[in-house]
Design a binder for this molecule. Structure first.
Ligand SMILES: *Cc1c(COP(=O)(O)O)cnc(C)c1O
Length: 321
């Protein structure tokens, strides 16, 4: 198996991010609940995409790219963090976003602050968004530019390495705290974070179950299986994670990026018990999923649960709670 040090990487994150016990919530829940603060990855408002971009933008740089293109919804944290990271690296960012939902507040404001070229496509389908990106890239090449393409959420094998790396970080932090985690719970939106974590856990902390909380109705069991196989191939691993390693639950509410009562309650609960903000689109719903599983007795027999905070604060200023 290859070491992550074999891959080109730009240190965009301020790592390791903090990992500690949520004392008040643990007392309330009667279990030890820990948090991994990937909302504090150190660029813009922080968030999980920074770990993926460390590898993706290194590949862009190695290919001599001067323009990076990515896609998302209008409130995409990934697009905003791509804009911030590209600015830092002296690359131009073109964000091709679906013209749906809140088009002016929240992350769209930040996209402009970071100097991104924001273009909206009036569609419900990423097929149309990707077709528009192809056209833009063709024009750029004609003009002598070298574009680099990142799909929604940066969820390709190279991006998943960011969360294999995160598991290595968690492993060291758990050793220092002398705790072993029975489960890691994270939000799943395009699958890359979950796939990297789940493969990483299988490789480095096989006693830890990786649980994904889906916030949209994509088939993440299938998506993460494929991404894990591709990531394992990239790493030259003999074993890949398989179906038995995948634990996906859903907490969608009325729909992706629409606030749900459970998510709202989780936002308030974490804010008022620990002084930490989660967002209404991803992390609030993931935390709500964790609380639901706990009520259902899913964690009976487990003691130490780690919640991965993947960021998303920008959406608090664009979605009605
Ligand atoms: C993108 C995102 C996720 C989901 O990560 P994926 O790798 O796309 O599944 C979770 N939380 C936040 C805040 C995000 O921006």
């Amino acid at each position: 198996m290859k070491d992550l040090a074999n891959f080109s990487r730009i240190p965009l994150g301020v790592l390791p991010t903090p990992l500690y016990k949520l004392e008040n919530l643990s007392r309330e829940l009667g279990k030890s609940l820990y948090i991994k603060r990937d909302d504090m990855t150190g660029t813009a408002l922080g968030g999980n995409k920074i770990r993926k971009l460390e590898f993706l933008l290194a590949e862009a740089r190695d290919q001599g790219a001067d323009v990076v293109l990515t896609a998302g919804g209008p409130q995409s944290n990934h697009a905003m963090l791509t804009a911030a990271s590209a600015a830092r690296l002296g690359m131009k960012a073109i964000l091709v976003l679906k013209k749906r939902g809140v088009l002016t507040a929240g992350n769209v404001i930040l996209d402009h602050i970071f100097g991104a070229d924001v273009r909206f496509v009036d569609t419900d389908s990423y097929r149309d968004v990707y077709a528009e990106m192809e056209r833009i890239m063709e024009d750029l090449r004609q003009e002598g530019h070298t574009p680099y393409f990142i799909p929604v959420g940066g969820s390709v094998a190279l991006g998943c390495l960011g969360y294999v790396n995160c598991i290595q970080e968690i492993t060291r932090q758990a050793e220092a705290l002398q705790v072993s985690f029975d489960a890691i719970v994270s939000a799943t939106g395009s699958g890359g974070t979950y796939s990297g974590l789940t493969l990483g856990a299988k490789l480095f902390i096989p006693g830890t179950r990786s649980i994904g909380i889906g916030v949209c109705d994509d088939p993440f069991e299938k998506i993460s299986l494929r991404l894990m196989q591709e990531t394992a191939a990239l790493l030259d691993c003999e074993v890949s994670a398989g179906e038995e390693d995948i634990h996906i639950h859903y907490q969608i509410g009325p729909g992706y990026a629409q606030s749900s009562p459970e998510g709202r309650e989780a936002v308030y609960r974490l804010a008022r018990s620990e002084g930490i903000l989660v967002d209404p689109v991803y992390t609030g719903k993931a935390l709500a999923g964790l609380f639901t599983l706990m009520e259902q007795g899913y964690f009976d027999g487990m003691e130490n649960i780690l919640f991965l905070h993947t960021g998303g604060a920008g959406a608090l200023f664009a979605v009605d709670l």
